[in-house]
Design a protein around this ligand. Structure first.
Ligand SMILES: Nc1ncnc2c1ncn2[C@@H]1O[C@H](COP(=O)(O)OP(=O)(O)O)[C@@H](O)[C@H]1O
Ligand SMILES: [Mg+2]
Length: 281
């Protein structure tokens, strides 16, 4: 289905980007993918779910005034806390309190759902940047997404941690389909090899299907961009990592790539995501 409309009207595709261990490049991938989607005419909503290190704001050089906590306290509407980082990309700063949304009174929950339902008519895609690991809130954000994208690197511990995350998501949340991106690889072959290794352990022990979405090379241009608080897709669009990220965006956008069942279609909407998040499902 890609970014198509569903039978109920427009639908926002919800993708999570997650990992077993930190520092693998999740936020880098999220921010650059958003930029590539924007280049393709998509409107993007980013959700910063890394409570410990809210860093998408830093990458886009914005200072959010409000956070989800203000929605809970009744100081702000969900629309007030959105930060427009470009004309086509908005950011929902997670911040503490994200998981306090569950405690909202029923009437406030309904108001929030009405508000986010409006957002569904604006954004083509929402990308969730999660914290690393298997904490409850990570599992929770992932299972509210339509497509779970697990990022890993050639580091052997990254493979073990990616496997552990997939295992827990399968056992606890009954998730069975995962997309995989290999980051900081030497070359495409290296990425394939890492994916194959993860795939072979997963296939032996878990009833899951992994889809290889691509690799991003370890790239000094990317490191340099990060240091300058810039995005490589903007500063060095011809760099190897930027080209790989652009290719990744194409993969996510392409229609033919998706074989989505009705079940998944129904799961993948902004409404579904927020219902899960506030516990109104
Ligand atoms: N493909 C890459 N090549 C070089 N450096 C990278 C690459 N991907 C990520 N990095 C660097 O790794 C560090 C961690 O990336 P980050 O996106 O913050 O990871 P996470 O969000 O998973 O913790 C950053 O300094 C970033 O610049
Ligand atoms: Mg991060």
């Amino acid at each position: 289905m890609g970014f198509s409309q569903d039978h109920t009207g427009r639908s926002t595709k919800v993708i999570s980007v997650t990992s077993g261990k930190g520092g693998v490049g999740k936020s880098t991938i999220v921010a650059n993918l958003a930029t590539e989607f924007e280049k393709r005419g998509k409107r993007v909503l980013l959700f910063d779910g890394d409570l410990g290190m809210a860093n998408l704001d830093i990458m886009f050089q914005v200072k959010p005034e409000y956070s989800v906590a203000d929605v809970i306290n009744g100081n702000a509407d969900i629309r007030d806390i959105l930060v427009d980082v470009t004309s086509s990309i908005s950011l929902i700063p997670g911040g503490n309190g994200l998981f306090e949304l569950q405690k909202l009174p029923q009437a406030s929950k309904q108001t929030l759902l009405d508000q986010v339902s409006d957002l569904g008519t604006i954004y083509d895609v929402m990308i969730i940047d999660t914290a690393p690991g298997i904490a409850d809130n990570v599992l929770y954000l992932n299972s509210a997404a339509q497509e779970i994208t697990v990022v890993l690197t050639p580091d052997p511990s990254s493979l073990a941690d990616a496997y552990a995350l997939i295992k827990v998501l399968n056992l606890r949340q009954r998730e069975s389909k995962f997309s995989v991106v290999c980051n900081q690889v030497r070359d495409e072959q290296d990425g394939r090899r890492i994916f194959d290794r993860l795939q072979s352990v997963a296939a032996r022990f878990l009833p899951v299907t992994l889809t290889y979405r691509g690799s991003i090379p370890s790239d000094p241009h990317l490191r340099q961009s990060t240091r300058a608080q810039q995005l490589v897709c903007r500063t060095f669009p011809q760099a190897e990592s930027a080209k790989a990220l652009a290719g990744l965006a194409d993969t996510f956008v392409s229609r033919a790539d998706y074989r989505v069942s009705d079940e998944v279609e129904c799961k993948g909407s902004l409404q579904f995501f927020w219902k899960q998040l506030i516990g109104a499902a």
